[in-house]
Ligand binder design. Structure first.
Ligand code: ADP
Length: 455
């Protein structure tokens, strides 16, 4: 929130990581969890969810002090969401079946689904509990051991979650948390010869490194969720433009834009451009940005000074390249004394502007006008990313054409954000591969093994 230290953390080195991986491997091999009855694993996962719910307040305050997310949102999106995710996968544990293959009469072909072994999970600072749970719950549900590396600036709530897991009855060694720097602890985990699968959410630059580490070590499978530059497309025929403006404002400015699926590019049909930008700016300008532990705040802090300076750099570059500032643009320093930034709306952003193409991960919205469906789809897809998108229209055919035309892992229609555990989240193009959430997430943590039996 303001850079003042309130705790210290262990900075794990490569030997510490190796010890954690060895503990995970021992736990996996002796079957204390990997061969526990599914009903037992289910019971423990439900108990973890119970404890998260009972201590949601404590967990949320700890997390908010660590990463600066506004409290009300963190309570729901962090503790609330993590508990729900543990419950979802607890319920799935004893509903995962193998297969009997349709072979010739004299053979029995069985397809077993087995846990992969040791899973390495590297997670970011924006929603550590929510994203941590997206990886941990399905990995543990399927019987794997895990070594988790939280982000440097958001480790505390995940350390606390690990305590809860032990209290709930997860056996020793099954979940191991190593804190420290990405370039040291994260790198060691990704280079380990004994990690079978690596799951990651974070930046594209780190994602590329992880693929290299895999190639240089044991060819571990690597699943990446790498953020986006998500288009939010508003047509003049949207059913309720005022609601579209309010929801679109939250679609980019909640958590100060530090959201991988943030709708950071607003594409507006030219005929409504000025009115819509004015309405959205009115909603965004009314948001109370401030101390994340103040219950009146609607938007909290920027995670770090580096991040804040990067955001301001995007604004400076955008205006130098011809964009105009319709709202905000600066740091909020006097009233806060910390790392806070005004919700910022930039208009006239051309597709070659850096702010149109690169992820800011801050409260900066790039606005571009369009004419007609074809231009909307072309602009929406004019990015290396493909994580999320939004479309606002009252025309059912157009809505479906846009869903088909936009390359993204999720397309919201007449809303932005707010999906639940029943649907997958994952990117296409350079937003990554593999999915979190839903039953599809489970596939990453299971290997297929065939038994071919001559009868
Ligand atoms: P962000 O921009 O969201 O901070 P990063 O990719 O830098 O994204 O960080 C996401 C996670 O990746 C953090 O836990 C961080 O410590 C970790 N990380 C950063 N660099 C590396 C690296 N070279 N190897 C492994 N993990 C890393």
């Amino acid at each position: 929130m303001d850079g003042a230290a309130f705790t210290t953390l262990e900075r794990a080195n490569a030997q510490d990581v190796d010890r954690a991986v060895a503990a995970a491997r021992r736990a996996f091999d002796d079957g204390r969890w990997s061969r526990a009855a599914p009903a037992e694993r289910k019971r423990v996962l439900h108990r973890i969810a119970d404890i998260i719910e009972e201590r949601a307040l404590e967990l949320t305050v700890l997390g908010v002090r660590d990463n600066g997310t506004e409290f009300n949102m963190a309570l729901k999106a962090e503790a609330g969401s993590a508990a729900g995710t543990f419950r979802y996968y607890a319920e799935a544990v004893d509903k995962i079946y193998g297969e009997v293959a349709p072979t010739a009469e004299d053979v029995l072909g069985l397809v077993h689904r087995e846990p992969v072994g040791v899973v390495g999970a590297i997670v970011p600072w924006n929603f550590p509990l929510m994203i941590g749970a997206w990886k941990l719950a399905p990995a543990l549900a399927t019987g794997n051991s895990v070594v988790l590396k939280p982000a440097e600036t958001a480790s505390l709530s995940l350390l606390k979650l690990a305590e809860y897991c032990m209290e709930a009855g997860l056996p020793d060694g099954v979940l191991n948390v190593v804190t420290g720097q990405g370039s040291v602890a994260g790198e060691a985990l990704a280079l380990s010869m004994d990690v079978d699968v690596l799951v990651f959410t974070g930046s594209g630059a780190t994602g590329r490194r992880l693929l290299e580490y895999s190639a240089r070590s044991n060819l571990k499978r690597v699943y990446l969720e790498l953020g986006g530059k998500s288009p939010n497309v508003v047509f003049a025929d949207a059913p309720d433009l005022e609601k579209a403006a309010a929801v679109s404002a939250m679609g980019i400015f909640r958590n100060s834009g530090q959201v991988c699926v943030a709708g950071s590019r607003l594409l507006v049909e030219r005929s409504i451009h000025d009115d819509f930008v004015a309405a959205l700016s009115r909603h965004a300008g009314a948001l109370r940005v401030g101390d994340p532990l103040d219950l009146g705040s609607q938007v909290g802090a920027i995670n770090s000074l580096d991040q804040l300076e990067g955001n301001l750099g995007f604004v400076a570059d955008a205006t130098a390249q011809g964009a105009e500032i319709a709202l905000g643009g600066g740091r909020i320093l006097e009233s806060t004394g910390g790392y806070y930034m005004e919700p910022t709306v930039l208009t006239g952003v051309a597709p070659d502007n850096r702010v149109f193409r690169e992820e800011v991960f801050g409260p900066v919205l790039a606005v571009t006008a369009f004419d007609g469906d074809e231009e909307a789809i072309a602009l929406a897809n004019a990015t290396d990313y493909g994580l999320a998108a939004g479309v606002w229209t009252g025309n059912l055919g157009r809505a479906h054409r846009m869903v088909r035309g936009i390359r993204a892992g999720i397309v919201h229609v007449n809303t932005y954000g707010g999906s639940d555990n029943t649907v997958p989240l994952g990117g296409v193009k350079q937003s990554g591969n593999g999915h979190d959430k839903s039953l599809h997430a489970i596939d990453k943590y299971l290997d297929l093994k065939t038994a071919w039996i001559q009868l």
